[in-house]
Design a protein around this ligand. Structure first.
Ligand code: SF4
Length: 432
């Protein structure tokens, strides 16, 4: 089989200096990092972002491929994976923590093998997809928000924890594309327990906090729609806020010259949260009739946005697509990875997790193949484990940003010589 492009081991020991590096460790893909390669690995030089530092500076150990926990040559592992896929009734390709080329290779293999594709973060992504599919929305981009917004409403999402530099880069920037001294901005946190510490600095005017339960934000937004349209509603408690607070929020949204409602789908983790996203989308549309207002969805960690984009342009559908019938078949409930595992409709899980050790597969007794970053926190021994590199650290790559408008190239920082998931998957497909 001779997969000569793959190997395991540390990268070069030569020192290196990289500027304008794109960071693949969360969906906003900051592209301004300075990274040095020092004696014992990579060092992030110009940001204290904990997620970036943990991602780049993690020591990647020399891990061989394994079958049933025993080290084997890579070609043997690939041959074993191919045999398992050949004999599988319905293989599920899950996790999908990889880059654009990696997802392309997954799609090709799933098509060839008659499998199902689903990302680890699909449940969160579908809070958005359902709204996009049913009613549409008006979204802005990171760049537009950074340069034009005068009001940010953070909707029930702990943005600072998920994306530690969002405020620094998009909200608190002291200059904009259009002015050296742009007007101050208002930031409103709608929800409880949200970290507000990053909404600070000369660019920030008022910071308001409207604490309420996340699963009642939809109720507040529906009331806001009614108030904005002049429809009478009863006074009193609205989703945990007073009528005066909700009136004030509506007034501020309508008075803004470019308001943005920001959410991160993984934070809206309660039943029927897509209805909250829908309420945001509908309110945004209403305000747009008289002013400029937009939504901005973050999230998209672990290559989730790239997986959704590639699946859509290759199959015509977002994730949760089955190729078992020989053509793409889409069903958001039927082809959910967790349901297929729980109902034992699949007999083989191929899990891909290239970025962090924390993207762990669901607990299952279904036989499992893992293409993962070394150190992945597995609870059991998979049938086959093949170590793969992290795009943007161990090899070059491409990722789609969370606002879906830009694909950013990722540099090869030579952290290790681990193979690309795309190359391993292509070798598996050739062997199948
Ligand atoms: S905020 Fe996200 S993309 Fe930016 S440096 Fe931190 S982890 Fe990387």
């Amino acid at each position: 089989m001779g997969v000569s492009m793959v190997g395991t081991g540390p990268g070069t020991s030569a020192k290196g200096h990289y500027e304008n590096v794109a960071c693949p460790f969360c969906g906003i893909l900051c592209d301004d990092l300075t990274i040095d390669r020092v004696a014992d690995g990579l060092k992030v030089m110009n940001t204290g972002c904990e997620i970036a530092r943990a991602g780049f500076e993690r020591r990647v150990t020399d891990t061989p491929a394994q079958i049933d926990g025993k080290s084997v040559p890579l070609d043997d592992a690939i041959a074993e994976v191919a045999a398992l896929i050949r004999s599988s009734r319905l293989p599920v390709f899950g996790g999908l923590g990889t880059d654009v080329d990696g997802v392309r290779a997954v799609m090709s293999l799933a098509d060839h093998a008659g499998g199902v594709v689903d990302h680890a973060l699909s449940e969160a992504q579908y809070r958005n997809f359902r709204v996009l599919q049913s009613g549409g929305w008006v979204l802005t981009t990171l760049t537009e928000a950074r340069n034009r917004a005068d009001l940010f409403v953070i909707v029930g999402s702990d943005v600072h924890a998920l994306h530690p530099r969002f405020f620094e880069r998009i909200v608190c920037n002291e200059k904009s594309m259009f002015s050296e001294q742009p007007a101050k901005r208002t930031v409103i946190f709608l929800g409880e327990g949200l970290d507000q510490s990053a909404a600070t600095g000369p660019r920030i005017g008022e910071v308001l906090s409207l604490p309420c339960k996340a699963d009642r934000i939809g109720e507040i937004l529906v009331a806001m729609r009614a108030i904005a349209k002049g429809v009478p509603i009863a006074d009193g408690d609205i989703g945990g806020l007073s009528r005066a607070q909700v009136d004030d929020l509506v007034k501020r949204c309508k008075a803004s010259s470019y308001g943005v409602m920001v959410w991160a789908p993984p934070s809206l983790n309660f039943p029927n949260a897509d209805l909250t996203v829908q309420a945001v989308a509908e309110f945004v549309k209403d305000v747009n009739l008289t002013s400029r207002f937009a939504g901005l969805s973050l999230g998209g960690n672990d290559g989730a946005v790239s997986a959704g984009a590639v699946c859509a342009w290759q199959s015509g559908f977002p994730l949760r697509v089955s190729f078992a019938s020989g053509k793409p078949d889409y069903d958001v409930e039927r082809y959910a990875m967790t349901r297929l595992l729980a109902d034992k409709e699949t007999d083989l899980l191929i899990w891909i997790a290239s970025y962090t050790p924390d993207l762990v597969p669901p607990v299952t007794d279904t036989p499992m193949i893992v293409l993962g970053t070394p150190g992945l926190k597995l609870t059991g021994t998979p049938r086959v484990f093949i170590p793969v590199g992290t795009p943007g650290a161990d090899h070059a790559g491409l990722l789609v940003r969370c606002d879906n408008v830009v694909s950013l190239p990722l540099k090869n920082l030579l952290r290790s010589t681990l193979p690309r998931a795309a190359d391993v998957l292509a070798a598996i497909e050739a062997a199948v």
